[in-house]
Ligand binder design. Structure first.
Ligand SMILES: *Cc1c(COP(=O)(O)O)cnc(C)c1O
Length: 515
């Protein structure tokens, strides 16, 4: 077996893929260039009759160095590549904070309807009335579920939604002559995007400590409030998986100080259909459709982070938005009155809107509430079962949609949280979220979601318990060497990000042979 310049072993050939046994992933996949060769072609075209004269001297002088592949070769390459990675479609994906839930195939079917999939953002609105109706209906659902006055659909991720929500708050305060408010309060357990958003808009960030029970210290919020505070950015349920018991008191204090309440709604899966954030006093909240409403995410795929707004912020909502007009639905595309303008080129992620609304309509309001309750039940089941072996940093409250453990059970074993997570890969599970939230040392955040069955949860817990007991029994090597069954071992992720190899070069010996 030789290595090419990408560090991939070559020469395994396509027949090296027989091994699907065991719980780990498949071995290496060669590049397309290594599978095919320039001598063959997967297509059968008539010889070109274009004469060189018509190309003005720009015709190729050398052969096009592209590998020809048959359709089955190309297809198998991509299918095999897809199997080199964990995915929610291939097994449990218990990442906390990210809500990796099942993406129902009905959503995919609807998103592929030609009337949704094949339209163009610049088409005349008279020809896309159905798409606008869908956006309108999705907006209605989002506002109803949150009890808010307006929604901006266009943000393309949760972080983008945070930016928009904070821009709306800034616009409202500037309009009210409150532009001197330059401080944003952020609890120390917050997702990194919260302080990053505030800093990006030029605010200074003031950190609010957590109490020992994992909830936000209300007195600390009150003490930090002043006429210079623009807003608080609070996550509820918070990143420790706990519903903030004093969230209404916090909202009241924030409003009394003339500030706004931005809620990070990434954890809405725990409360959708059960609690309306508007009733808690929030002014703006992003909803990650790609988390809560079952649209696919990961691998940099598209997301959608609509932001709901309270009546106070509604006038500052961005364009475009959909409105009922004399000739049906219209797309309001130009700034009106106090609108803060446009934050995306077109109308946002249409495919995600279709998937999210399909999920809502197929569940109904009661079904969404049931999904939230089942997600909470599953997380508490994991907390109860694994709490026997793992250390639970915040035992006082029942957990919401995710269960948080810390690494104190690993003390003295020589196994780190990272090693433990890598060992889980060998057992066929995607690791949980590690080292987040930062307020907990060696955090392990597990979110099972409602779509996992009790059998799956039990198998996951069995594996987790077995690993924990094995680590305590002194078998550190199993962990420090893991993953052993995955196609890649431990990657130098920093180097991969900083000096990626983006160009394939034909190995010297084959270049020679081709001459
Ligand atoms: C995922 C997440 C975000 C950011 O959302 P993206 O869609 O990834 O930009 C913000 N806050 C919390 C708590 C999250 O889990």
């Amino acid at each position: 077996m030789s290595m090419n310049n990408q560090g991939r072993p070559t020469g395994t050939g396509t027949s090296g893929f027989a091994s699907t046994s065991g719980s780990a992933l498949l071995p290496n996949e060669p590049l397309l260039f290594e599978i095919g060769d320039t001598e063959h072609s997967g297509v059968d075209l008539p010889d070109a009759t274009i004469t060189n004269a018509r190309l003005g001297g720009f015709e190729r002088k050398t052969a096009l160095d592209l590998a020809g592949l048959t359709e089955p070769e190309a297809m198998r390459h991509y299918v095999r590549l897809s199997r080199l990675n964990h995915s929610i479609d291939s097994g449990m994906y218990p990442l906390g904070s990210c809500t990796m839930k099942h993406n129902p195939r009905l959503n995919e079917k609807m998103a592929r309807l030609p009337g949704f999939a094949d339209i163009h953002p610049l088409q005349p609105v008279s020809t896309v009335q159905g798409a606008l109706k869908l956006m309108n209906e999705l907006s209605h659902w989002l506002m109803t579920l949150t009890n808010t006055s307006a929604v901006a659909l266009t943000p393309k991720a949760g972080a983008h939604g945070e930016l928009l929500g904070m821009m709306a708050i800034k616009a409202a305060q500037d309009a009210a002559g409150q532009g001197h408010r330059r401080i944003v309060l952020v609890p120390e357990s917050a997702h990194g995007t919260n302080p990053a958003t505030a800093a990006f808009l030029g605010y200074s960030v003031k950190s609010i400590p957590a109490r020992t029970d994992g909830t936000v210290d209300v007195q600390a919020v009150k003490d930090a409030l002043s006429p210079d505070v623009a807003a608080i950015m609070l996550t509820n349920p918070n990143t420790c998986g706990l519903f903030e018991p004093q969230v209404i008191e916090i909202a009241k204090a924030v409003h009394e100080a003339g500030a706004f309440f931005y809620c990070d709604g990434a954890n809405f899966n725990a409360i959708m259909g059960v609690v309306r954030p508007g009733d808690l006093g929030i002014d703006a909240m992003h909803i990650n459709l790609h988390k809560t409403f079952s649209t696919p995410h990961g691998g940099g795929g598209p997301g959608a982070g609509p932001v709901v707004l309270s009546a106070a912020l509604a006038p500052f909502a961005p364009v475009p938005f959909v409105r009922k007009g004399a000739n049906g639905l219209e797309l309001v595309e130009h700034e009106e009155d106090q609108s803060l303008g446009r934050i995306t080129a077109f109308q946002g992620q249409m495919g995600m809107y279709v998937r999210a609304l399909t999920y809502m309509l197929s569940h109904g309001g009661d079904g969404l509430a049931q999904a939230a309750q089942d997600a909470v039940l599953n997380a508490n089941y994991i907390k109860a079962r694994l709490g026997q072996v793992f250390s639970v940093p915040f035992p006082d409250y029942p957990t919401m949609h995710e269960a948080l453990f810390d690494d104190s059970f690993l003390a003295g074993t020589g196994v780190t949280t990272l090693d433990f997570a890598k060992a889980l890969i060998d057992e066929g599970f995607h690791p949980m979220t590690m080292y987040f939230p930062l307020v907990v040392h060696g955090a392990m955040l597990i979110e099972p979601t409602e779509s996992e069955s009790k059998q799956t949860l039990d198998r996951f817990c069995d594996v987790m318990e077995e690993l924990a007991l094995n680590a305590k029994a002194g078998n550190a090597a199993r962990f420090t060497a893991a993953p052993m069954k995955a196609p890649r071992r431990r990657l130098d992720e920093t180097r991969a990000a900083r000096s990626p190899i983006l160009k394939w070069e034909r190995p010297a010996e084959t270049l020679k042979a081709a001459e």
